[in-house]
Ligand binder design. Structure first.
Ligand SMILES: Cc1cc2nc3c(=O)[nH]c(=O)nc-3n(C[C@H](O)[C@H](O)[C@H](O)COP(=O)(O)OP(=O)(O)OC[C@H]3O[C@@H](n4cnc5c(N)ncnc54)[C@H](O)[C@@H]3O)c2cc1C
Length: 661
């Protein structure tokens, strides 16, 4: 899900020097800063720890973690909290590097802008098909590149620019891993405890089952005053609900994890009005243990150093915008190569595309591909870069006869005079009981429906969310949209059946992006076409909701009134669908699974002292939205690694054989 407002335009020609980004945005730096000062925001966005990220002179640590996102953040923090020295290498900068970046990072409704903002995001370009005739039918296709696929690159990783949807997965997702690996620590019962440890529920009743109250990830909901103040918005959000479904339930209730369907409110990882990502947990940990956690920003890991099939350290390049996916990338820029050494282990958490790339560059992957590039094989693992999967995502967008007044007051191109930013900063809003932080305090997602399509097995397989946005996929400039003039049903086909995507090396150059191809639909593994049929059904369901509020709706913009028959809808979905939950490219699996890269303790097969802890490790994408699951996985990995370290120190072993399941 994406959310945005127009206004923070960064012109390509202006993006050479990161420190100048703020000054070159559509709003001048002076105007912007004055706007912020007027709103009294500077205190709110002051960096917590301004200088502690200086690159230290130390070169040896107990652990080295690569990537400060949803998976790497919890592990690095946990190991430092347990008393180990940790170097955390992050290619990006701190999201609070300057005021503009900080404001975009912290303001929930600017999430879409954040996903396009140079200091916070990388632009991958992916293929959906290898058939070029089908590929170019997508109106989002950028010639010679592909389809834009944003990823976070900053402290916090993609949690620093995601849409903050914080949803527990299905219990079955965890129980399947336990069954496949025979490792019962993955059981849903045990994993729920980890969720409870992570969460700080701001909206729950005290003692709500399955929730946590003291964790470091706040879970909050949009202000319920919004619906009483703006009943037109409530009408859209409640379209098609039966009276007994009002008010909608909590998507993180344990009954939903067991397979419940219906209408829900989905919380965000937001503290009242401010985005909280993995960054804040890392900063708090660093403040508590400055001698344990060292965060290297602008550190692009290029290789895992191994000796005798044992990871001993990491090679990295020092500098900003060194990776091709960075909007400020300059291929001719040079940078120093450095090395850090790990006394205990190296942990890769660089995300779904970069972790397999790093493994391969380090000689860990399919032997034939490595030999093709002249990379010496350390461990022949055919599963590295395979099993890439995503959700099928599409929207039904409609224009409205009358804009939603919650948003039409906003004036994001003149922040000094923007009542919405003023409300966000001060809690004051004409007509509301203070504090009311206005529309910028949430992700514009006002209802979530969990539905079983006719294709579903035991679990529901559709998530259909109502948003006050115009979002309809990723393309350069997608975030420059006005909120509140359109109503969008965002459709996610969950528990998808296509596992046929691949991440392969494009070159040996660690600064270049790998080739990413999802092999959608006919090209993939879902031979019966169930993902496609379920998505067709979802479009009809969303149109059914709209038919209940037809008085409010002017016209359908996507797919549009001319797409009606099943055949037309199928082709539309093949042409225009996208995803942003990619995962599973270095999966955990059982002893006899030839594509398993990791055992159930996150250990890379065939290489000692090396683990992978991020979206790659999942064998299948869990639940409706991945980030809560990946954070849980990071927490779990922290437990596992500390346990193994303590056992090693006491001479015990956790059955570390390279083929362990
Ligand atoms: C626009 C957008 C919106 C989203 N919205 C939601 C949502 O609302 N809810 C939800 O559940 N999920 C959402 N997601 C998905 C979710 O954010 C990701 O699935 C999740 O963050 C992935 O976690 P990760 O740990 O695998 O990687 P990331 O969180 O992406 O972290 C990887 C980190 O590694 C760093 N890195 C990569 N390569 C290197 C290298 N070689 N050296 C050093 N550092 C490196 C990157 O800079 C990055 O910081 C969204 C994703 C996007 C892109």
């Amino acid at each position: 899900v994406l959310v945005s407002q127009g206004g923070f335009k960064v012109k390509k020609s202006d993006t050479k020097n990161p420190s100048r980004i703020a000054g070159n945005s559509a709003i001048s730096r002076r105007t912007f800063t004055r706007g912020l000062l007027a709103a009294g925001l500077t205190a709110a966005i002051k960096p917590l720890v301004p200088a502690a990220m200086a690159n230290s002179a130390k070169t040896e640590f107990d652990y080295i973690v690569v990537g400060a996102g949803a998976g790497g953040g919890p592990v690095a923090a946990r190991l430092a909290n347990a008393g180990y020295t940790v170097a955390l290498l992050e290619a990006g900068v701190d999201p609070l590097v300057d005021q503009t970046t900080g404001l975009i990072y912290q303001t929930p409704s600017f999430a879409g802008v954040a996903a396009e903002f140079p200091n916070l995001s990388w632009d991958f370009y992916v293929q959906h098909y290898s058939d070029p005739a089908q590929q170019i039918r997508d109106t989002k296709y950028v010639p010679n590149k592909g389809i834009l696929y944003p990823r976070g690159s900053t402290i916090g990783g993609s949690t620093a620019h995601d849409a903050m949807v914080f949803a527990y997965p299905h219990d079955q997702d965890w129980d399947d891993i336990a069954d496949e690996t025979g490792d019962n620590s993955w059981s849903a019962r045990r994993m729920r405890k980890i969720f409870e440890r992570l969460e700080k529920c701001e909206y729950c009743q005290p003692n709500a089952p399955g929730h946590g109250f003291d964790g470091y990830i706040p879970a909050s909901r949009f202000d319920p005053q919004i619906f009483s103040l703006y009943p037109d918005l409530q009408n859209l959000a409640y379209a098609g609900l039966r009276p007994n479904q009002i008010p909608p339930g909590d998507i993180n209730d344990p009954s939903v994890a067991r397979g419940g369907t219906g209408a829900f409110v989905t919380p965000m990882h937001v503290a009242t009005k401010v985005r909280i990502s993995m960054r804040e947990h890392l900063m708090a940990t660093q403040m508590a243990h400055p001698d344990k956690l060292t965060i290297y920003t602008g550190a692009l890991a290029t290789k895992v150093l191994t000796r005798h099939r044992r990871a001993i350290g990491v090679e990295y390049m020092e500098g900003s915008s060194l990776y091709q996916a960075d909007k400020l990338y300059d291929a001719s820029a040079t940078a120093a190569t450095k090395r850090l050494f790990a006394k205990r282990e190296v942990i890769l958490s660089a995300g779904v595309f970069n972790t397999p790339q790093l493994l391969k560059l380090s000689g860990i992957g399919p032997a034939a591909e490595l030999r093709h590039w002249g990379i010496p094989v350390v461990s022949d693992l055919p599963g590295v870069g395979r099993n890439l999967q995503d959700r099928v995502e599409i929207t039904v967008n409609t224009s409205l006869n009358k804009g939603i007044e919650l948003y039409t007051r906003c004036n994001p191109t003149d922040l000094q005079n923007d009542p919405c930013l003023f409300a966000w900063a001060t809690g004051q809003w004409q007509g509301a009981t203070p504090p009311f932080f206005g529309p910028y305090a949430n992700n514009a997602l006002y209802t979530s429906r969990v539905v079983r399509s006719r294709q579903a097995d035991a679990l529901p397989d559709l998530f259909i969310a109502g948003q006050a946005t115009a979002f309809h996929g990723f393309f350069p400039g997608f975030s420059q949209m006005t909120l509140g003039q359109t109503w969008t049903w965002l459709i996610l086909k969950v528990h998808t059946r296509n596992t046929g995507g691949t991440v392969t090396l494009h070159s040996k150059n660690p600064r270049e992006m790998p080739d990413i191809n999802f092999h959608y639909f006919d090209e993939g593994t879902d031979k019966r076409g169930e993902d496609l049929e379920a998505t067709v059904e979802a479009i009809k369901i969303a149109r059914g909701y709209n038919s209940k509020v037809s008085g409010a709706i002017k016209e359908e913009l996507f797919p549009g009134a001319d797409k009606n028959t099943d055949a037309e809808l199928r082709q539309w979905i093949k042409d225009e669908s996208w995803g942003h939950h990619a995962a599973c490219t270095a999966k955990i699996g059982g002893r006899h699974d030839p594509l398993a890269v990791l055992d159930s303790r996150f250990r890379v097969r065939g290489v000692d002292n090396l683990r992978v802890v991020d979206a790659c490790a999942l064998p299948r994408i869990p639940g409706f939205f991945p980030v809560a699951s990946i954070m849980m996985l990071g927490e779990k990995a922290g437990d596992t690694i500390v346990e193994d370290a303590e056992d090693d120190d006491h001479g015990h072993h956790h059955g570390h054989d390279h083929d362990a399941g």
